[in-house]
Design a protein around this ligand. Structure first.
Ligand SMILES: [Zn+2]
Length: 164
């Protein structure tokens, strides 16, 4: 039994190292490009514009701590804008309590977000970002409520809420 386990570990460790090497460049490429020329800002320009916390999420595809965003409990009517370029992304009537600790929506405003697949956790996930400035917002999953069945799991720090 022990011999079997150690043999398995012996195979597993180099395999994981190889996978890490293969997937590492994808993390670097993960930052999305802006579709609009005027939002193709340099790293320094984004750092001047954003708080360090929002920069980490929007420009480096970071994730805020679960239940850390005040927007999680935001129940007023209004529109959720991209914190990077102010493009409206989500309407409050598409927001729901997913219990995950991140602001969640079952639909986005048409054309406001674009998706790509990332491999940050090895398992592929669908990342989405603002279609105008390319700022990372969150990940979309297929376990949301009807009618779309989607769950847009968004970082609160990547959004700015504008009440009606
Ligand atoms: Zn944006």
């Amino acid at each position: 039994m022990n011999q079997y386990l150690s043999r398995r570990t012996f195979i597993l460790i180099p395999t994981m190292s190889i996978l890490k090497i293969i997937f590492k460049p994808m993390q670097v490429l993960a930052s999305s490009l802006a579709s609009k020329e005027e939002w193709n800002l340099s790293k320094e320009e984004w750092q001047d514009k954003l708080s360090p916390e929002s920069y980490y999420i929007l420009r480096e595809e970071g994730t805020e701590r679960a239940f850390s965003s005040q927007l999680n409990n935001e129940k007023r009517k209004g529109v959720f804008h991209c914190a990077g370029c102010d493009l409206p992304l989500f309407l409050s009537d598409k927001k729901y309590d997913s219990g995950t600790g991140w602001p969640s929506f079952w639909d986005s405003i048409q054309g406001s977000v674009e998706t790509k697949v990332d491999f940050k956790l090895i398992v592929p996930r669908t990342e989405y970002h603002c279609s105008r400035c390319g700022g990372h917002q969150g990940h979309v999953f297929n376990d949301g409520p009807a009618p779309t069945g989607k769950r847009y799991c968004n970082n609160g720090l990547a959004l700015r809420f504008v009440p009606d």
